[in-house]
Structures are given as C-alpha cells and as structure tokens.
Design a protein around this ligand. Structure first.
Ligand code: C2E
Ligand code: MG
Ligand code: MG
Ligand code: MG
Length: 295
C-alpha cells in the first residue's frame, strides 16, 4: 500500500513535468513544421506596429512575429521564442523573419504603399552569437533587393552579456553596411552605461514596464535621465508600450523622440497595416519645411 501510494505520489509529481516535456516536444515539432514552407503554410506571420515622432510623423514600424498553431491557436512570442532559442530553431525562425520583412517592404513598394520609414526586426541574442549571422543577413537583404538602411535591428542587452568585443565588432560591420541598431527594452535589464557609449546605436527603446510606471509629471528623474544620456550620446529614444495620452505627454515633455504603443496602433497584420498607413496619410500633419528628417 505504502509502495503504491509512493508510486502514485511519484506519478503525481512527475505528471506536470512529463506533461510540460510533452507540450514542449509537440510545440517544437509544430514550429519545425510551421517553418517548412509547404506543411506550415500561413502559420507564421509578421504583424506591424507603427512608431511616430513627437509631432505625429511616421518614423517606422516594428515587425512582431506571430504563430498560429493549427490546434492551439495563436501563441505569444513570449512562449515560442524561448522555445526556439532552446532548440536552436531560432536561427531558421530568425531567417524567416528577415526574409518576410524584406518581402513585405518589397511588396509595399510594388503596391505603392506609402511607407517611408524604417522597419525594425527583433534579433535574438542567439542569432547574433551565430558566426555567420552578419553574412547571412547581408545576403538575404541583397537577394531581396532591399537597402540595409531600410531595416533597424532591435537587440536586447542579453545579446551583449557574452563576448562583448566580438559582438561589438559584428555590430560595427552591420552598421558599416548601413543597418540601423536599436537597443530594446532599455531601463529594466542589466544595462551598463558603458555599453551605450561603445555601441553604434541609433535608438534606445525605453521599456514598456518603465513607461507604464511614469508618474504624470514631466520631472520624472529616471526617465529624463535616460533621455538625456541618450541625447548626449547622439542616440534617439523611442518609448514602447505607450497606452495613454497622459504617458505620451510626459514622454514628449521629457524630450523622447519616438512613441510606440496601443495609443497609436496595436500590432496589426499586413492588411491592417496598409489600412492604417492609408488612414495616416489622410490625416497627415502639414509637411514641415525641413522635409522628412526621419531618424
Ligand atoms: P518587444 O520587442 O519589446 O516588442 C514589444 C512588445 O510590446 C510586443 O509584444 C507588442 O505587442 C507589445 N506592445 C506594444 N505596444 C504595447 C502597449 O501599448 N501595451 C502593451 N501592454 N503591450 C504593447 P509581443 O508581440 O507579444 O512580443 C513580445 C516579445 O517577443 C518582443 O518584445 C520580442 O522580444 C519578442 N519577439 C517578437 N517578435 C520577434 C521576432 O521576430 N524575433 C525575435 N527574436 N523576438 C521577437
Ligand atoms: Mg522589439
Ligand atoms: Mg521592446
Ligand atoms: Mg519590451
């Protein structure tokens, strides 16, 4: 009896772990299938979220990956990106994102969609650590007929934790080729100010967690510190997760250069983004005399 109870106890404790392992295996297989163009047709998609400057002019958009699992429906990137990283699938997935981002830019150009901004793609630390990442990115972009300057690579600080010098050299090569760099999720991670000085960054993205904590006053010391440090280093700031008009006003008062969040638009699919752009064109603020000096 005791033995049986013990066994069922063991089973009780093992069940969730076993279940978790099964789920992981299922998702891993699913992701592999989704990446194989035939079997996975249409499961993966990029959604787009616009970024505006303080005067409401379009700076660009961020591409956000979506996976619609045939059984489980849409899964959040917070679930399947870590899985892809652990299984090594992130390299194929990242290559898919790059190819798709280039294809969208090309299609917008072909269809006369007025997107005069930069498209930002998220690049995982694991991708950056791959010795062939830069070469493959350059090849993909060239093959697609895209100019590197049309793309911004969003990196997180975790990408810098290992082999900073090696990563820096690669990033300098990419910037030399014309790509733009943004440091994602700034303000909540392991940021070291010395990184900021050494990295060839165009943009620092102030993390959503940080934005949502903004007091409704334009003297918020930490936020204004980030914006000031960035500007002294000639780096623009874009706030992510801007949900309220009050947050927008505080950020603008602080001197933040760009805004991204539900207040402006949720991430939307290609069709939704085209509709948003058309609407934006209709309500465009009068063009400034200086012309389009987008970042
Ligand atoms: P991230 O790069 O910081 O992207 C911003 C996240 O904030 C997105 O979540 C976006 O949907 C969400 N967001 C934007 N505005 C608001 C807002 O006003 N309020 C709130 N509550 N959320 C907002 P999402 O799409 O779930 O992506 C989560 C993370 O997954 C991304 O964070 C990024 O780190 C990662 N990710 C997404 N796509 C890719 C990709 O193609 N490759 C890689 N490596 N990572 C990706
Ligand atoms: Mg991002
Ligand atoms: Mg971010
Ligand atoms: Mg974030």
């Amino acid at each position: 009896r005791a033995k049986a109870a013990g066994r069922s106890m063991v089973r009780l404790f093992e069940a969730p772990m076993q279940q978790e392992a099964d789920t992981r295996l299922l998702l891993e297989r699913g992701l592999r299938e989704a990446l194989e163009s035939d079997a996975g047709q249409g499961q993966l998609a990029l959604h787009f979220q616009p970024q505006l400057d303080r005067d409401g002019r379009l700076l660009g958009a961020e591409a956000l990956l979506r996976w619609r699992h045939p059984q489980h429906g849409e899964l959040p990137p917070g679930v399947f990106i870590p899985l892809a990283e652990e299984t090594g699938l992130i390299h194929a997935l990242g290559a898919w994102v790059i190819a798709e981002a280039c294809a969208r830019l090309k299609a917008w150009e072909r269809d006369g969609v007025a997107f005069h901004g930069r498209l930002a793609i998220n690049v995982s630390a694991w991708q950056l650590a791959h010795p062939h990442f830069a070469m493959q990115l350059e090849q993909q972009v060239r093959a697609a007929g895209i100019v590197p300057g049309q793309l911004t690579l969003e990196l997180t600080e975790s990408a810098l934790l290992q082999d900073f010098e090696g990563t820096l050299a690669m990033l300098q090569r990419l910037v030399g080729a014309g790509f733009h760099l943004a440091l994602d999720d700034f303000g909540v991670g392991y940021s070291s100010l010395s990184y900021l000085q050494r990295l060839p960054l165009d943009v620092i993205k102030i993390d959503r967690a940080f934005v949502s904590g903004l007091a409704p006053t334009d003297t918020d010391p930490l936020a204004s510190f980030i914006v000031d440090v960035a500007h002294r280093l000639d780096i623009a700031t874009v706030a992510e997760g801007v949900e309220t008009e009050a947050q927008r006003q505080v950020l603008v008062a602080l001197g933040c250069d760009g805004l991204q969040g539900y207040l402006i638009c949720r991430p939307v699919d290609d069709a939704g983004f085209r509709r948003w752009l058309a609407e934006y064109e209709r309500t465009l603020p009068a063009p400034s005399a200086v012309g389009n000096d987008a970042m």
